[in-house]
Design a protein. Structure first.
Lengths: 220, 507
């Protein structure tokens, strides 16, 4: 529970920082945004794994008391874990190590084929920054297109993410919405390309209002 | 055309030059003895004793002989405003000695460059080296607005790099996030007098009063230092420029942003070659960015660039036009016992510097400095912990944004000692030979000249000894990100937020 709270706090903080960084002079900084999204991802994984553990105490999983055990993974496994967010719901190390096989089926929409330049490149989407760093007003409200805003009432159906980036902030909105929709909707985070979520549907806890507000602000 | 180089807004005086009056890019004609030329960056009048300049190139015992701890560092000078209220424009963003060490340039967040010049040594007073005094100040970059992206482009000077001196003038490159400029700094100490058609103040004479013909002659005048932009290299970077590095051929240089590195020729401003491009086809797959890049000091075909993942890639431009494939990849496997929530972001390299010899390179990540042998890719040959006591505080440092601070590092002239900054206005030196390290503080409390700096110590945990400082009482707003070491002597320049400290070894 503590872990969950801490992870949520860090996620909230990261969202706030991401939002705040858009306001600063010079525009969004790619490196900073990347670092923030890395932390957000780690926090999210931690949060989800802690949540799973809280609801499946009978399952003999290694206790996730700190982020460290979770992070004993090869980079490739981590890359795959990132590409398919629900992987975070399987906290035990073993599935992560053997996750090199599933990626193909789990992330069909995300496998943009590209020549492997450097083997250590991770295929994660930590930040969708489009081609431009900047505040490009999107021509259409991507949120409407996807059917949901970041509202708690929304069902957990999510459209597949559009393949083509339209600009920095629509993608960011999408990323945030996808990542945090699970928290906001009180439902298992079920990204469109993922296998069925393996966690039991948790009791609908009231969404953290601060997080809600912040994510909505950023997504808006 | 010169019009694009005109700066229209008045120049605020940099606090590093308190005694000067504000100077403008287009001073009214009467302030100049020569007709103003467009694009003048600005100048100021300075009295300077004339004389030979060779005196201060005296070679001293380099730090290598004595080591970082055998040297006693003394306060020499401090430049900048005294008050605690720091104006954002005064924040120093880069510090760089020139190749001889005679000149020391600083850039700040307000887009200004201030150059200090070392006074030639007074032979009588052989117990101190020449002081650094203001030589030139000019507005290098102005804030701009990118209308297409609705983005303001900061005028903050990210980097300054000096060109080696080829003639009487000095040249440097300065860059902000988007534009690199080549500045010429030249001295003028004589002016033509005795024109036939003009009075001395520039007014034209009534032609009917001209009855004789004479040849104008050059007469000495008060020394004037002028800075003028000679080249502007713009519109080549989509992302924010983090590094520039001049090649050892002295004809080309590279500029690096988050995803690309471009190669320029110093004479050609309308095009550059892209030599590294790590932008993924789908930006959603972005996992790392370029954080720093530098040319090898001797091999004009070799350069390195560091990444946010803690790797360094060495590239050879002879291999192919686009150096996406590295020749060498320097990466240390992560120590699993150090793995933590924030490991990824603290492994990001904030600075990379070749040794003067070219045999080694140094990288700075958030907690450590690593020395790499170019012949060994799988791990650094030396690792120095800068402030390991912060490892348990990473969460708080994330909250206050300090975890994103980009510290630089530098070598001494003989490559035997390396230096980097920390918090609480502390800076650290590591002697590679004796393996000893020292922590010093840049503070106005020690500001009597030739006061020996007292080594500082941070108490990580447990009982705090006398004179130690506990981690929790460190001031994280006082950070030293930029330091520079004189190329030949034991003189260092250390930048706190808005002050520049100069320290020398005890002579």
């Amino acid at each position: 529970m503590e872990v969950q709270k801490e992870a949520q706090r860090i996620m909230t903080l990261s969202v706030w920082k991401m939002y705040h960084s858009r306001m600063q002079r010079g525009g969004l900084r790619l490196h900073r945004s990347l670092q923030l999204s890395l932390v957000m991802r780690s926090a999210r994984e931690l949060y989800l794994s802690a949540k799973v553990e809280a609801h499946e105490p009978e399952v003999p999983l290694p206790p996730v008391r700190s982020p460290d055990p979770r992070l004993h993974q090869s980079r490739e496994a981590e890359a795959v874990a990132e590409a398919a967010p629900p992987d975070g719901e399987q906290p035990s190390p073993e599935p992560m190590d053997t996750r090199e096989a599933p990626p193909a089926e789990e992330t069909p929409a995300r496998c943009a084929p590209r020549p492997a330049k450097v083997s250590r490149k991770r295929r994660n989407s930590s930040l969708s920054d489009g081609g431009d760093v900047g505040l490009v007003p999107s021509k259409k409200a991507r949120l409407e297109e996807e059917g949901e805003g970041a509202s708690a009432e929304v069902s957990d159906r999510l459209q597949p993410p559009p393949a083509q980036a339209e600009g920095a902030f629509p993608n960011l909105a999408r990323v945030l919405q996808r990542r945090f929709s699970g928290l906001l909707n009180c439902s298992p985070a079920a990204p469109p390309t993922a296998p069925p979520a393996c966690e039991a549907k948790p009791a609908c806890r009231p969404a953290d209002s601060m997080l809600n507000v912040l994510v909505r602000a950023v997504v808006a | 055309p010169p019009s694009c180089w005109l700066f229209c807004s008045p120049l605020l005086p940099s606090p590093l030059t308190p005694a000067l009056s504000p100077h403008r890019c287009h001073p009214p004609p009467s302030a100049l003895s020569t007709p103003p030329s467009p694009g003048e960056g600005g100048e100021f009048r300075k009295q300077r004793p004339r004389g030979t300049q060779q005196g201060h190139h005296l070679q001293r015992n380099m730090a290598g002989a004595g080591g970082g701890n055998d040297i006693q560092w003394c306060f020499s000078q401090v430049k900048g405003a005294v008050d605690d209220d720091v104006a954002e424009a005064d924040i120093i963003s880069t510090v760089e000695f020139n190749h001889s060490g005679e000149l020391l340039a600083t850039g700040d967040k307000g887009g200004r460059v201030v150059i200090f010049q070392q006074e030639q040594e007074n032979k009588i007073q052989s117990h101190s080296r020449g002081e650094y005094n203001v030589y030139s100040t000019f507005q290098s970059h102005e804030p701009e607005f990118d209308y297409l992206k609705s983005l303001e482009i900061e005028e903050k000077i990210n980097k300054i790099r000096w060109l080696p001196q080829k003639n009487a003038a000095q040249f440097l490159l300065s860059t902000n996030d988007k534009t690199i400029k080549l500045w010429k700094i030249s001295e003028r100490d004589k002016r033509p007098e005795g024109y036939n058609l003009k009075e001395e103040d520039g007014r034209y004479r009534d032609p009917t009063t001209v009855t004789t013909l004479r040849v104008p002659v050059f007469r000495p005048m008060d020394l004037m230092v002028e800075a003028s932009p000679r080249r502007i290299f713009a519109n080549a970077h989509t992302y924010h420029i983090n590094s520039i590095s001049i090649n050892s051929d002295y004809e080309t240089y590279l500029s690096a942003d988050d995803l690309r590195i471009n190669l320029w020729h110093l004479e050609i401003t309308d095009r550059s070659f892209n030599i590294v491009d790590i932008k993924p086809a789908n930006m959603e797959e972005l996992t790392e960015v370029i954080t720093a890049a530098e040319f090898h000091p001797n091999s004009c075909n070799t350069f390195v660039y560091s990444s946010s993942k803690g790797t360094i890639r060495l590239c050879d431009m002879r291999a192919s036009a686009l150096c996406d494939r590295h020749s060498k990849l320097f990466e240390e496997p992560e120590d699993p016992s150090n793995r933590s929530f924030f490991s990824e972001i603290i492994s990001s390299i904030s600075d990379v510097k070749f040794s003067h010899s070219g045999r080694y390179m140094m990288t700075r990540d958030y907690l450590s400095v690593k020395i790499w042998d170019l012949n060994m890719e799988n791990r650094p040959v030396e690792t120095y912990q800068v402030h390991e006591y912060l490892r348990s505080k990473l969460c708080s440092l994330y909250e206050n944004d300090c975890i994103f601070d980009k510290f630089e590092c530098c070598w001494n002239g003989s490559d035997s000692v390396v230096m980097t900054g920390s918090y609480n206005n502390f800076f650290r030196m590591f002697d590679r030979n004796t393996k000893r390290d020292i922590t010093l503080e840049a503070s106005r409390e020690n500001n009597k000249p030739r006061t020996v700096l007292k080594p500082r110590k941070v108490c990580a945990s447990g009982k705090r000894k006398k004179d130690e400082i506990s981690v929790d009482s460190l001031d994280f707003n006082k950070k030293i990100l930029h330091t520079a070491w004189h190329p030949k002597e034991n003189i260092i320049a250390v930048a706190t937020t808005n002050n520049l400290y100069i320290f020398q070894d005890k002579v």
